[in-house]
Design a protein around this ligand. Structure first.
Ligand code: NAD
Length: 249
């Protein structure tokens, strides 16, 4: 028996990067795992895919219900789907702000709202939201993204308070720069990708990026019975970037 045997998990944004690594790790530790994503075509066979865009409430409700039906209920929810955005407050028009907040914040609200009735019926209910060190680090050129993750941090704490007496634990992970397809796309889009990568690496206290598997391991811990008294926390998985108070050179 593995530590998550018998538990049923739903991972949003589980088709790529941190979400995929998390879904695979939870399955490896014995959970039955469903993925909610806007793209589910290339999922490994141990994961069941349910297509939905987290900005569409009807799609989210239908996908969460279908996943709960397929798994026979839900115990664990990983709110992970998210998108990036660069720039200062002057860089993006309202339309882009609405889009990023819709995916990164309201997306988590929609999946949580749809999943809570199932989580209440579970004896081991836990939620982990994928936040970011951007929530509290004051990163340059990340105004919109940081605001969205600041909201995720506050949402996590509020949900933890609202549902603690129902036996539902709610935490978040704060990854630093994690080596996922997203970061690859970010570098590819830069004017000088090699220079951008060099600058990125220079900012890493450990001299390397965080891996998706390391973030997945933190999420799996927060979801596990071993974390039974852990709720309302943010666990940094950032190579020391924030705790060491290092500044970009
Ligand atoms: P990724 O692009 O590799 O994966 C994101 C997944 O989310 C994809 O499968 C994508 O299809 C899905 N998704 C995006 N928008 C969606 C939508 N509207 N509806 C449904 N699915 C949607 O990215 P990643 O790096 O693995 O990021 C995952 C999470 O981790 C995000 O919330 C991100 O903010 C957070 N994060 C990432 C890093 C990093 O450096 N990679 C750092 C801190 C936090």
């Amino acid at each position: 028996m593995s530590e998550l045997t018998g538990l049923r998990a739903l991972v949003t944004g589980g088709s790529s990067g941190i979400g995929l690594a998390t879904a695979l790790l939870l399955a490896d530790r014995g959970a039955a795992v469903a993925v909610l994503d806007r793209g589910i075509d290339d999922l490994p066979k141990e994961l069941q895919g349910f297509r939905a865009d987290v900005t569409d409430d009807a799609e989210v409700r239908a996908a969460v219900a279908a996943a709960a039906e397929a798994l026979g209920g839900l115990d664990l929810l990983v709110n992970n789907a998210g998108i990036g955005a660069a720039g200062t407050v002057e860089s993006n028009p309202d339309q882009v702000w609405h889009r990023v907040l819709d995916v990164n914040v309201l997306g988590m609200v929609r999946t949580s709202r749809a999943a809570l009735p199932y989580l209440r019926a579970s004896a081991h209910a836990a939620v982990v939201n994928t936040c970011s060190i951007a929530a509290t680090a004051g990163l340059p050129q990340r105004a919109l993204y940081s605001a969205s993750k600041g909201a995720v941090l506050s949402l996590t704490l509020a949900m933890a308070a609202d549902h603690v007496r129902e036996g539902i634990r709610v935490n978040c992970v704060n990854p630093g720069t994690a080596d996922t397809p997203w970061v690859g796309r970010l570098l590819d889009a830069a004017e000088d990708p090699a220079a951008e990568r060099a600058a990125l690496m220079a900012r890493q206290p450990q001299g390397r990026l965080v891996t998706a598997e390391e973030v997945a391991a933190a999420i799996a811990y927060l979801l596990s019975p071993a974390a039974g008294s852990v709720t309302g926390t943010a666990l940094a998985v950032d190579g020391g970037m924030q705790g060491l108070r290092l500044r970009p050179p």
